[in-house]
Every structure is written in structure tokens, then in C-alpha cells.
Design a protein. Sequence first.
Length: 221
Amino acid sequence: MAEQEKEIMEEEQNPQAGTEDTAPDVETGAEPGPGGCEEECTGEETEEAGDSEGGDALSWSEKRAAKKQAKQDKKTDVLKEQIEQLEDRVKRQLAEFENFRNRTEKEKAAMFETGAKSVIEKILPVVDNFERGLAMVPEDRKGDAFVEGMNRIYKQLLTELENMGVKPIEAVGLEFDPNLHNAVMQVESQEYESGVVAQELQRGYTYRDSVVRHSMVAVVQ
């Protein structure tokens, strides 16, 4: 009986002792959970959810930008390849054109040289006739006006041929050269050694280092 009265007195002195752990939060009106942090945990979870959603949105934007950049890079690579192909084609065409131009110039020069040589071959007999005619003029007639006029024409003709690149071939006193000389006979000579040209029967000519007519010569046997 005495113990019951003691307990009643203690309860009257501490009326909130038994309800302290389960009392609701006065400020929020929310009952605390097992850990006593229901509101705080809920806020953190909300922030984490927001961060997750923001991260997903950022990741999608980055993927979209990366995909767009990849397409642009692929398009750029295709354009670069096309440009390289066009440049290579232009270079090859320029090289072909340069080769064609060089070949055309060579053919043109060859045709000109062939045509010039053909004309020169027809003029050389005229030169021969001048030389034969002047050689037959007697000594006492070489001062005549007609002979002097013919001699001037002959020298003028030789000068023009020389300006064109036509030059006479040296023969007498030189060793026989089959590339320049045409031996038509052999002779004995005390002045020249064997194989040397002793006499020129018809003068030969070259045009730009190319033989137009070989010299007809007599060679010492």
C-alpha cells in the first residue's frame, strides 16, 4: 500500500515522463519515425531525385550534341575526300595537258625543221650553179658589172642561208667522216695521209647540226 502511494506521487511530480518519447513534434505536427528524421530524410531524397532528373536531362542533351557533331564530322570527312579526289583529278589533267603541250611543241619543231630542210635542199642546187658559173668566168672578165652583180647575189644568198642556220661542211684536209662525207672515189696523194679527204666534188651543208646534204669527196687510199 505504501509502494502504490509512492508511485502515484512520482507520477504526479512527472506527469510527462511516460509520454516524452512518443510526443508529436510541436513545430511540425509530424510524428517522428524510428530514427526521428522523417522530414530531413524526405528532403534529401527529394534533392537526390531532382539531381537524378537533372543528370538524365544533361546526359540526353550531351548525347544529342555528340550525335549531331558525329554527323557533322562524317559530312566533313566526305567533303574532304571529294575535294582530294577533285584536286588529284585536276593535277592529273594539268600533267596530261603539259605533256600534250610539250609533245605538240616537239612535233611542231620537227615539222618546221623537216619543212625547212626540204626548202634548203631545193635551194642548194641554185647555190651550186652560182659557184659553177662564177668558177668559169675568165680572169679578164671578173671585173665586169654583170659578173660582180652575180657575185653579190651569190654572197647574199649564202649570208641568208647562214642566218637560217645553214652551214657548209668542212671536208678537204680532214679525216673522212661517214656522218658528214660521202666518198665517191679514192685517190693517191703525197700531201695527205690515207683516209683523209683530198678533194671536194660537191659541198655539203648542215641545218641546225643536222645534215641536209653530205659532201661528195675523194679520199686518199
